[in-house]
Design a protein around this ligand. Structure first.
Ligand code: ADP
Ligand code: MG
Length: 437
């Protein structure tokens, strides 16, 4: 019943000689066909090494970029070309997409996983075969040719239109490559796609080490936290994150709100927030949440002071004139860009004495050194906290790493969107599809 207790690779009986399809997150950043960070490949190694070490025949798959979306990404269409494509009936548009994809594949620089196979081989110190298609002749021939302990990577699953539609035919075709399915892509676990969920309808499904670690640590924190349990929310995606609050209020002892999302709460208290980030449609919701916090006995901490400026820094790290003002005295022509000194001390105090901490979203525009103090103070407090500390969200994770606190934090989640949906208490399709323990 629990979403958090799933059979793992170590529960797979008799791996020797079995063909195992592993969904990884190899969506690595690239520039002109060259991988600029292999972090995601490195993170996949424990599962791959375990399976190969047990004599399994390992077939890896992943998405890379958004090759399905010819209108917005990668293909470099101009407005007129987009319009023309949009006007086509779906079947013709799909044909045009396929043609463009074939072209992109031929130039060998966009969307192909081939460079990942090469980097993976270097990291493993052994050969990694690469199939130029996902479920076609090449993939089948190479999957059939695999010997025990050998590894194959098939081409970008999103080259197939059935992937994101979670089309049963594509899920079935993927399943036909193997006898066992392992999901280790936490970053896409919140998506019900063929390779992240659909394929589990046709194969016994297990979690890899990465997903196992994510759900183990975050699941324990949400289900049975050691108290006091403190959650910190910040960042810029105000509307996205406001929904997390509702779930966290049923679990935490203290909820801290900073970053861009704090101003909608301050507005809900009736304060002037100037030109700060504000989601005016959610003011009523914030009022409800403040009421709910009171009813549940949850301590809700908002910034008591803010670092404000006349405009958003442009470029983001440009020198900027700032002043610190009490939260109820933000000038109407200024915007709040970081939490103030008093708030830093208030938040840090609450964090340091916690036994479980979950943090999602920076406290300010941390990309600018003048506006990074709030985020640094929170990261430092997490590092000093002796309880379980968890960071989710792409920018918060990057902040911890850039600021040098990463190795003093219990767990930094590899999935931004997925970790957020996890905190919201939503069922993640890529996890729900796995066998329960
Ligand atoms: P995460 O990736 O950790 O989930 P978000 O993407 O929601 O976080 O938000 C990160 C961004 O929020 C950063 O680029 C940061 O500059 C911005 N931000 C933080 N505080 C503010 C603020 N007060 N006003 C505007 N932007 C902010
Ligand atoms: Mg972000």
């Amino acid at each position: 019943m629990s979403m958090y207790n799933k059979k793992s690779v170590e529960d797979i009986p008799a791996l020797g000689g079995k063909r195992v399809l592993v969904r990884c997150d190899f969506n690595v950043p690239q520039k002109d066909g060259v991988i600029t960070s292999d972090k995601r490949i490195v993170e996949a190694l424990p599962t791959i090494k375990y399976l190969a070490g047990k004599g399994a025949r390992v077939i890896l798959c992943s998405h890379l970029g958004k090759p399905h979306n010819i209108f917005t990404e990668g293909f470099g269409l101009n407005k007129k070309e987009k319009k023309a494509l949009e006007a086509l009936p779906e079947a013709e548009r799909e044909a045009a997409r396929t043609e463009m994809l074939e072209k992109a594949k031929k130039d060998g620089k966009k969307f192909t996983l081939r460079p990942v196979a090469e980097r993976l081989a270097e990291l493993l110190g052994k050969a990694v075969a690469f199939a130029a298609d996902t479920v076609g002749e090449d993939a089948h021939a190479k999957a059939d040719a695999l010997q025990d302990g050998e590894i194959l990577l098939i081409e970008n699953v999103r080259f197939n239109a059935g992937e994101e539609k979670n089309a049963p035919e594509f899920a079935k075709a993927l399943a036909s490559l193997a006898e066992i399915y392992v999901n280790d892509a936490f970053g896409t676990a919140h998506r019900a796609h063929a390779s992240t969920a659909g394929v589990a309808d046709y194969l016994p499904a297990y979690c890899g080490y990465l997903i196992g670690k994510e759900i183990g640590i975050m699941g324990a924190a949400l289900e049975n936290p050691v108290r006091p349990f403190v959650a910190i929310l910040g960042g810029a995606k105000v509307a996205d994150k406001l929904n997390v609050i509702n779930n966290l209020l049923t679990k935490v002892d203290t909820l801290i709100i900073g970053g861009g999302m704090a101003y909608t709460f301050l507005a809900a208290k009736g304060y002037e927030v100037g030109s700060s980030l504000l989601d005016s449609e959610k003011i009523e919701y914030c009022r409800d949440m403040m009421k709910k916090a009171e009813e549940k006995g949850v301590r809700l901490l908002l910034p008591v002071d803010s670092v404000v400026a006349a405009t958003f820094p442009d470029p983001i790290d440009a020198a900027i004139d700032v002043e610190t003002v009490p939260s109820d005295k933000i000038p109407s022509d200024k915007m709040g860009l970081d939490i103030g000194e008093k708030t830093r001390a208030l938040f840090a105090d609450a964090i340091k004495s916690a036994k479980t901490v979950v943090w999602n979203g920076p406290m300010g525009v941390f990309e600018n050194p003048t506006l990074a103090k709030g985020t640094i103070a929170v990261a430092e407090a997490l590092a000093e906290c002796d309880g379980t500390t968890i960071v989710g969200g792409g920018d918060s994770a990057a902040a911890c790493e850039q600021l040098g606190f990463a190795d003093r934090i219990t767990h930094i989640s590899t999935g931004g969107g997925a970790s957020l949906e996890f905190l919201e208490g939503l069922v993640l399709p890529g996890i729900a599809c796995l066998q329960d323990k």
